[in-house]
Ligand binder design. Sequence first.
Ligand code: ADP
Length: 388
Amino acid sequence: MTSPHRIVLFGECMIELRGQVFGAMQQSFGGDTLNTAIYLARLRADKDVKVSYATALGVDVFSEHMIAAWRAESIDTSLVRLLDNHMPGLYAIQVDATGERHFFYWRDTSTARDYFDAPSTPLEDAIGGISMLYLSGISLAILPPDGRERLLSAMARVRANGGQVAFDNNFRPRLWPNLDQARALYDRAYALSDLALITLDDEMTLRGETSAEGALSKVLALAIPEVVVKRGVQPTLVRVAGREPITVPVEPVSQVVDTTAAGDSFAGGYLAMRLTGVEPAVAARAANRTAAAVIQHPGAIIPTEAMPTRNALLAPTPQCLFKPVHRRRTLGKCRFVGTGIPTLYPWITSARFPASSRSYQRSMTSPWATYGRSPISKRSRKRSKHTA
Ligand code: ADP
């Protein structure tokens, strides 16, 4: 992946209300692609690389404030359409007595849906200068059918002009009329992608796949040059065309505060590294660390002062070994389990991981064998599925 001079992220950002029903509510904003844009903008090494966010907003004070906040994050907003008589979408987060979060959406009339309602749009007009176009399953889902076609055609045109397309599968069933339609659109989006960031749980829901192993085999076999598979606390997988898949451990986090935007920040971190030529396995480790920082703070966007530096994200893990392994063996306290997949393994010592962390050690073994046995249950991961 070469260093592009302009990366454009397309999607929807909504107003967020967080608090008690008819009580005090805090206002913010959020959206999966916008979250990724912010983390990418913060972590890019080369400030000459332009990070542009393309969406539609209204002509209202909320929209004005959002644009000002994005600009303050050094995000270019020249591809944003401002549509009269439209308002941004809105969602409310309400925490119940047990601490469970509930999400309520008002997005059916959201402005972003109408981005492509004109004969030409700033995004389409800018295609010649786009080095990478990034979008997600949500970006596709919110658009009406003709808008989806325009977005898919923009993906094809970016590639035809020598640019690249990155797609995050973020699948939200409620945004699709039915699974068949969603699957057909995802297949087309994958076929137009150079990089796919895939959350395995989402892919399983989309495909109606109950076996994680089956889903994993299928996504690793996709005809996409670069595939990154996110699996919560389970090791991340990276498969670059022509090379064996690599597993990259997720370093343990002492206290998970809020998993909102875990995948979005992962994407921002991964792109920030890959766009400057960092190798996929090292980029994935940096992305895991970006997400780790984010989930230790409340909300989707953490304060800038809480951001890890690029150097910290890229620092080697002394306990890690980059080593292909092909058969089961034990070497001192370091455990190798053969999967036929080259693996980035932590040097698991009793000092770093006491006996009580056996589950973590298990999660470091075969990516095929341990799915679902992680310290975080699948159910608790599902609860975090709300980035919009
Ligand atoms: P999504 O947020 O898209 O559903 P995941 O749940 O797979 O995606 O999480 C994305 C990334 O966030 C993971 O690849 C990992 O780096 C990080 N992450 C998620 N949960 C944890 C956790 N409990 N501990 C450490 N890192 C985590």
